[in-house]
Design a protein around this ligand. Structure first.
Ligand SMILES: [Zn+2]
Length: 100
């Protein structure tokens, strides 16, 4: 069976954080652990629940990126602050993307 570009279902992507590659991939098991997303500092990976609306996915990605940034700079920011900042940034971005 041919498996040319575009036929593969994997949604694994990556982003750069302070020069390090952080993989971003879907995970169908996160809700079993009551999570929408997860950052793994050892694996340098972010996992996102695979069935989220785009706006929620964006907020969770920003949230997990903030965890990654805090880990990289050695800052221990309260989780409720990370949640609030991620929510605010996601709303800003959603509003911006609707205008472009
Ligand atoms: Zn969190």
């Amino acid at each position: 069976m041919p498996s040319g570009k575009g036929t593969k279902r994997s949604k694994k992507k990556s982003l750069k954080l302070f020069g390090h590659k952080v993989t971003v991939e879907d995970d169908a098991t996160l809700l079993d652990r009551d999570r929408w997303g997860e950052y793994d500092a050892i694996e340098m990976s972010i996992r996102l629940y695979h069935k989220m609306p785009q706006s929620k996915r964006r907020e969770v990605l920003i949230h997990e990126c903030l965890h990654a940034v805090c880990d990289a700079i050695g800052e221990d920011i309260e989780h409720k602050t990370i949640r609030s900042v991620a929510h605010g940034l996601a709303q800003m971005l959603d509003g911006y993307l609707k205008k472009v």
